[in-house]
Design a protein around this ligand. Structure first.
Ligand SMILES: *Cc1c(COP(=O)(O)O)cnc(C)c1O
Length: 356
């Protein structure tokens, strides 16, 4: 028997969340973002739930090839573009759309021998300052791209740094409009946050990622309450041992938790080697047999410990939900000083994953 720890991917939740994204951006086509192995859910496992999308966005050529093997014949977008001339052969073979964010990539396209034109998304740096041409240099890049024989359709693309925050997108939108003035072409701007909160930036294509997995772009559960998103991953385990500690006794490495009263503790098969963050602070929520309780003591490599005071009937074999359908991953993430994105992407190889 494997350890009683597993992640379950909820196919119906993925399909539901894609429909929610469509409801928010009804006039746009959707690039369902499945980079990083579908945010840790597994590309092959996520695919059936997301196949009603218009296209998939990802980074790795291998993942793109895998999508083709899974039977996806529609558009696939390489969000970071490509890195070497040989990558262009793969782009050609699998009919991929690629972001183009710098002159080095344009040069490689100019030199490439393609069997058919490649569609590109020319990326503007509208303020994120990672990838893309500044608004001032965008037109020249677009003209150069347009002159490349192997280039087909050119979509205009940018990415927002603050669509989920108080800074918003007005500044980037203004830069985008300035840099693309007079240039015809479909536009692709919005990540999940902009899909939910900035309808003025939806345009022709939107690129939601995190909301497809049921988590919040801002990391705050309150921000996505009542919009109908469902958690696409449940991480669950069981209690494998129970300890009753006396007042003054401690639990786990570093003896960080000292019991203030006699306390029943459940030892859970899940640790940082499974992807559960070691930095999870005392008080991080956990669900035991449907009852909410909390982490106590330090997370170790293979185990963590929970306070069983609110659920005195729990014992060895009791079901633990670490995050999922009944406990938002964002809540757990916030106790760890991070966001749901990082937790879902960090699920370790050794955790068995199944889809339902
Ligand atoms: C990851 C990514 C997205 C999706 O972002 P979410 O916040 O998960 O919606 C969209 N566009 C680009 C270019 C990305 O890299």
């Amino acid at each position: 028997m494997p350890r009683p720890l597993s992640a379950t991917i909820h196919t119906a939740a993925l399909a539901n969340n894609l429909a929610v994204a469509r409801k928010f951006a009804p006039k746009s086509r959707i690039w369902a973002v499945v980079k990083a192995n579908a945010y840790g859910h597994g590309l092959a496992r996520a695919f059936p739930g997301l196949r009603a999308t218009d296209g998939f966005g990802l980074l790795d050529l291998e993942e793109a090839a895998k999508l083709r093997e899974l039977g996806w014949a529609g558009p696939i977008l390489l969000l970071e573009g490509f890195f070497r001339p040989t990558d262009i052969d793969v782009i050609d073979r699998y009919s991929l759309t690629t972001a183009v964010h710098c002159d080095e990539q344009l040069r490689m396209l100019e030199m490439a021998r393609l069997s058919k034109p490649v569609n590109i998304q020319l990326k503007m740096n509208s303020g994120m300052n990672r990838l893309g041409y500044t608004p001032e240099k965008f037109r020249v890049a677009w003209e150069r791209a347009r002159a490349v024989q192997g280039v087909g359709q050119i979509t205009l693309m940018t990415h927002f740094p603050d669509a989920d925050g108080p800074c918003g997108i007005a500044h980037q939108l203004e830069a985008f409009e300035r840099g693309t003035e007079g240039i015809a072409g479909a536009c692709s701007l919005s990540n999940s946050a902009a899909v939910l909160w900035h309808p003025d930036a939806h345009f022709d294509w939107v690129r939601p990622g995190i909301i497809l997995y049921g988590a919040s772009p801002s990391g705050k559960t309150a921000d996505i309450a009542d919009i109908g998103l469902k958690s696409a991953m449940t991480l669950a385990s069981e209690i494998i041992a129970v300890q009753t500690v006396e007042t003054g006794q401690s639990i786990g490495y570093g003896s960080t938790y000292v019991a203030a009263k006699p306390t029943k503790i459940g030892v859970v098969a899940c640790g940082y080697a499974d992807g559960y963050p070691r930095v999870a602070s005392e008080g991080t929520p956990v669900i035991v047999e449907g009852v909410r309780t909390q982490l106590v003591g330090r997370v170790s490599m293979d185990m963590l410990t929970v306070d069983l005071t609110p659920c005195p009937g729990a014992g060895i074999g009791s079901r633990i939900e670490l995050w999922g359908a009944n406990l938002a991953i964002d809540e757990v993430a916030s106790s760890c000083g991070t966001i749901g994105y990082e937790l879902m992407c960090a699920i370790a190889q050794r955790v068995p994953v199944c889809a339902e």
